[in-house]
Design a protein around this ligand. Structure first.
Ligand SMILES: *Cc1c(COP(=O)(O)O)cnc(C)c1O
Length: 368
């Protein structure tokens, strides 16, 4: 099938804008007159320096990264940072403890990993299902914690913060893997922001880490050198071979983001797209059901059940199959929650979302 007719609602690796793929294809064999591909280019060459510097400056421009923050392009994925964060930061204070907000699958994994390196305090009563963000009035933040950690958008569960947690001066760390650049962000509120690229800003292989300079140099002695923020920041992510091609693709996606109005424009579109799907769910008289609290429904990943509140599995299977016959793919929910999940990242267009909306209405008419 022609790529154009396929609509990819995958949660990650996710859709990359077609213009980016076309440019990468054009440049694949002969990058900018060098006669070679980015895939076979030295990471210490001047051509690659231009690529990584351009990627960094675009990122700085898109989210206004203050000068006292370093930007790194690391390997190991978002999961690598589940270890990288405590290894670099839990030793900031003597108590070696950290506060975690656990509002979904990814922050739960991060908290579990951090336990290897220090004391982890889950700041709210444990949730039995990940469908809400506990009221901030109920959080017990520890003033002697080295940092407070949260995940801005829980990709599996569809739970997204629409506010930045207040930490009373304790360093704030955020996993923005699945909503990075989907809306403007005030970087100055954070100690560390990290994001794997394969959701909203490119392909797998590279993870952006933005870190405030005063937090460098506190790594535990057992921190692997490739995850050491100070080493990587001082060497412009070139301590060892970085994921060159993934950085190049990210640069192209950032160009695309900028040319399409930047984060503010993305936010407008993401609100519009996600509302379109939530409106259908809300108006479906229970045929579709989203388990997530209205206050924290994700604009990026919309999980829902089909047929009844807890999902009619046979009908959900049919929903996915019929969708795929229309070229709409990767709508199956994460195996841990079941049902359907539509991921509406920056690259997914309003028209593509309209196609899903129209299909949902039709499916309901046919099957309710
Ligand atoms: C996908 C994802 C991760 C894990 O990313 P990997 O690159 O697979 O390690 C972490 N956090 C969030 C929010 C994610 O969506």
């Amino acid at each position: 099938m022609d790529k154009k007719q396929t609509i990819n609602f995958g949660a990650g690796p996710a859709k990359i804008p077609q213009s980016v793929l076309i440019q990468a294809q054009k440049e694949l064999l002969n990058y900018s007159g060098t006669g070679i591909s980015v895939l076979e280019m030295s990471h210490r060459s001047s051509d690659f320096s231009k690529i990584i510097n351009k990627t960094e400056s675009l990122l700085r421009e898109l989210i206004n990264i203050p000068d006292n923050y370093k930007v790194m392009f690391l390997q190991g994925g978002g999961s690598g940072q589940f270890s990288g964060v405590p290894l670099n930061l839990i030793g900031l204070k003597e108590a070696k403890c950290a506060d975690y907000l656990v509002t979904g699958t990814w922050s739960a994994k991060a908290a579990k990993e951090a336990e290897k390196y220090g004391k982890v305090n889950i700041v709210h009563p444990k949730l039995d299902c990940y469908t809400k963000i506990p009221d901030s009035g109920s959080w017990t933040l520890n003033p002697s914690a080295s940092y407070v950690y949260y995940c801005a958008n829980e990709t599996v569960n569809g739970v997204e913060y629409n506010f930045t947690p207040e930490t009373n001066e304790v360093v704030l760390v955020c996993d923005m893997s699945s909503n990075f650049l989907s809306r403007p962000v005030d970087v100055s509120k954070f100690g560390v922001i990290f994001a794997g690229a394969q959701k909203n800003v490119g392909c797998a292989g590279v993870t952006v880490v933005i870190v405030r300079e005063d937090l460098l140099g506190h790594a535990l002695k057992e921190c692997p050198i490739v995850l050491d923020y100070k080493v990587q920041a001082e060497m412009n992510s070139l301590y060892n071979t970085p994921p060159c091609f993934s950085i190049y693709i990210m640069g192209l996606v950032l160009d695309w983001t900028k040319n399409n109005g930047g984060c503010a424009a993305m936010e407008t579109l993401n609100k519009q797209k996600s509302s379109m799907i939530y409106d259908i769910i809300n108006a479906s008289n229970g045929f579709y059901a989203c388990p997530v609290d209205v206050a924290c429904r994700s604009r990026m990943n919309v999980p829902f059940r089909v047929g009844k509140k807890d999902g009619d599995e046979a009908l959900e299977k049919k929903f996915v199959e019929d969708a795929s016959k229309r070229g709409m793919i990767s709508l199956k929910g994460h195996r841990s929650v079941g049902g359907i999940r539509a991921s509406l990242y920056n690259s997914v267009t309003v028209e593509e979302t309209e196609a899903l909306a129209a299909y949902m209405k039709e499916f309901q008419k046919e099957h309710q």
